[in-house]
Ligand binder design. Structure first.
Ligand code: NAP
Ligand code: SF4
Length: 672
């Protein structure tokens, strides 16, 4: 019997029976905007082949003013419909089902023509929306309905009407944005008129044998958001208007509470889905931080939802469902919820992919095929770059030996997984271990590879990684240690700490050193208290006063650049790290010169003239001053006449991260 009987059980929607309870949630990959419809079709077809019951596309704009950004894709012309038909045909040919999300961004649309209930600007947009008049509202409804009808014409199995995350329909629901006094504002019956009318008319347009999902916001996490009674009232009205299912949304995009980042506990918000489920008779779908089959199974087995939605996990592994069904769950490439290659790309105008799986959304370009001539390949370094290269090369039929002087695989990942809120990195190193075993790589740990030892290999790949940079600050006493010794537990820091370097690792170390007890990511109630997540039944929008635990240590984080520390962290996650450290009282100082370290602490000055000498009183000074490539073996090989491939941190240390390392390792091995 399967380990996931609930997840793999069918779901009867009346006119159609879904084969399992897994929905691929909507993600904006940017693929549709490339105009390469073969690539779009292959992206979805790969996931259909992988067994997911139903997919929802990235948000399609119903009209120009509702697009998330100028030029956002939508079904505007017969050519658009024909292009989407290529996608649906390919998905159906692969045995899958796909619904199109209709996303009207309202005041989140990045353009001067954006519209909303009232002219209330969002804090995350530079554009104030125009308040719609009666005719304007009718136009928006009509455009959404037309988009649904065109989706049907294009062969989709259904639509998802986006009504959460603070987008257009959600904006009408709350007084926070809806200041109207006509029949679209004021009393809740009026504020919910728009989403209900949209669903009623969409259903009328598409007929009974078509899936209509409505994405409902369960907890807005903004001031003056919906109350729980309002959420239930809306859910019942949406059901009566003809929706087939309710998908659940958590938090507006402008919320100051993280909702999908890796530090959010797994399945942190399914208690709300569970509360909604008995209020309606149509299936409800749980979402947010469900990333593994056992998490999905638990949500379903506890009766919290009828179906689970996972989005990013299908970037990490298109075969998620097929592997779970085949008893190969350990082989599922895990989504670690880092956002580095998906959402951070989207918000930088780049095509989404996945840190763990660089083929995601690049299926037509990055091919991993059997090697024409199998070779023997020696790889030195079992960090992310070496591991990715080893697995890819072995999967292609090469004979791979992977050396590392350490007793375990993972390289820098073994340090990252010690950070509170980065526990998902454990799943990543576990997955690498499974895949190394499964792909037949000859793993030689505790082994210092030498030039002589590497002589017999057809190809040699050097992935020896990085060594911490010594910032060469004169040490005249006191305790100055590398972040490595702090994170691997060799050294315990004193109660007052100064951190030299405010990059990704400086921030991580500050979180590590201020955390008291176990990580709140593993304790949802603690996490909710820390971030001020309340109950929408008692506080509208579900906001409560944040009550962070007092810090374990007094920490000061420093950098030389005269800018706000943390400015260069991840686009969608940097604010979370900055807010987490602010909550722990971490002092952040930029624009410093490091003069010396003494028993008293870290001595600094400011500016080019080295003015204002100051002592940051500290028992321990932790050095997080970046990295340098470890190229010693590569240099020895080159001196001996070999031509090694050098990848990852050994290649370029500056701003190295696991995303670049895995991508480089995979691409190199795909071409050998
Ligand atoms: P980093 O992000 O490049 O930061 C290095 C820090 O050291 C900077 O604050 C830099 O600031 C300082 N520094 C550089 N040279 C120095 C010197 N000679 N003396 C004193 N200070 C010096 O490197 P990292 O923190 O080691 O992180 C390594 C990589 O892992 C980065 O790419 C990072 O993005 C990634 N990472 C990411 C995350 C994440 O959350 N996404 C977490 C951890 C690591 P000044 O030059 O201004 O002093
Ligand atoms: Fe998940 Fe990170 Fe991959 Fe995005 S980049 S899908 S968050 S692992």
């Amino acid at each position: 019997m399967s380990r996931y009987p609930q997840m793999l059980s069918p779901l009867d929607l009346g006119h159609v029976v879904l084969p399992n309870r897994v929905l691929m949630g909507s993600m904006h990959t940017g693929l549709e905007e490339t105009g390469d419809w073969n690539r779009v079709a292959e992206f979805y077809a790969a996931r259909a082949r992988g067994g997911v019951a139903l997919m929802v596309t990235g948000g399609m704009a119903p009209n120009r003013e509702g697009g998330v950004f100028p030029g956002a894709a939508g079904l505007f012309t017969p050519e658009d419909i024909a292009n989407h038909r290529r996608v649906t045909d390919r998905v159906h040919g692969a045995g899958g089902r796909i619904a199109m999300q209709i996303l009207h961004a309202g005041r989140y649309a990045y353009g001067p023509d954006c519209v909303s209930a009232s002219a209330v600007k969002s804090p995350i947009s530079p554009f104030a929306p125009q308040e719609l008049d009666e005719a304007g509202i009718e136009k928006q409804i009509s455009d959404i309905v037309t988009a649904a009808a065109r989706a049907r014409e294009a062969g989709y199995d259904g639509v998802e009407v986006m009504g959460s995350e603070g987008y257009f329909l959600n904006q009408f629901l709350v007084r926070h944005v809806n200041r109207r006094t006509d029949r679209w504002g004021g009393a809740y019956e009026n504020r919910m008129r728009l989403p209900v009318e949209v669903v009623r008319r969409v259903r009328a347009a598409v007929g009974p044998d078509f899936i209509v999902i409505y994405r409902i916001s369960l907890i807005d996490l903004v001031p003056d958001g919906s109350t729980w009674d309002e959420v239930v009232q809306l859910a019942r009205a949406i059901q009566a208007a003809g929706a087939s299912m309710l998908n659940t949304g958590i938090g507006w995009h402008e919320a100051r509470v993280p909702t999908i980042a890796t530090s959010v506990p797994r399945a942190a918000f399914t208690w709300l889905t569970a509360r909604l489920r008995p209020e309606v008779s149509i299936p409800v779908i749980a979402s947010n931080r469900i990333n593994m089959p056992e998490v999905a199974e638990a949500v379903l087995a506890q009766g919290q939802a009828d179906m689970v939605s996972m989005a990013r996990p299908f970037l990490a592994d298109p075969d998620f469902v097929a592997k779970a069904a085949a008893g190969r769950a350990a082989e599922i490439a895990p989504c670690i919820a880092c956002n580095q290659a998906c959402l951070d790309h989207t918000f930088s105008g780049k095509i989404s992919t996945c840190l763990v799986t660089p083929r995601a959304a690049h299926e037509t370009e990055l091919q991993i095929e059997p090697a024409a001539v199998p070779k023997s390949i020696g790889i030195v370094g079992a960090g992310p770059a070496g591991l990715a290269a080893a697995i890819t090369a072995a999967q292609r039929g090469h004979r791979v030996t992977l050396f590392d002087r350490a007793a375990q695989i993972g390289g820098q990942l073994t340090l990252a997984r010690e950070i509170p809120g980065k526990e998902e990195f454990r799943g990543l190193t576990d997955w690498f271990a499974t895949m190394i075993g499964q792909s037949g790589v000859n793993l030689r740990l505790n082994t210092e590879a030498t030039v002589a030892e590497l002589a017999g290999f057809d190809e040699v790949i050097i992935a020896t990684g990085v060594t911490p940079r010594d910032p060469a600050i004169p040490v005249e006493g006191g305790q100055a240690v590398s972040y490595v010794d702090i994170l691997n537990g060799t050294v315990t820091a004193g109660p007052r700490v100064a951190i030299v370097g405010a990059g990704g690792i400086g921030f991580d170390v500050a979180e590590f050193l201020t955390q008291r007890g176990t990580s709140p990511t593993l304790h949802p109630a603690d996490w909710m208290r820390e971030w001020g997540v309340g109950d929408p039944a008692s506080s509208p929008g579900g906001l409560a006063p944040a009550q962070p635990e007092p810090p374990a240590r007094a920490v000061t984080l420093l950098q030389r650049k005269p800018e706000k520390p943390g400015r260069r962290l991840g686009k969608t996650t940097g604010w979370i790290h900055r807010a987490a450290l602010a909550a722990k009282g971490v002092r952040m100082i930029g624009g410093v010169n490091y003069e010396r370290i003494t028993a008293e602490g870290l001595h600094i000055t400011f500016g080019a003239a080295r003015e204002n000498p100051t002592v940051i009183v500290a028992d321990t000074v932790v050095l997080c001053a970046g990295q340098q490539s470890d190229r010693s073996l590569a240099d020895q090989l080159i001196a001996a006449g070999r031509k090694p491939h050098v990848i990852g941190g050994a290649d370029v240390a500056a701003e190295l991260d696991a995303k670049r390392a895995i991508d480089q390792g995979t691409r190199l091995a795909a071409g050998l």
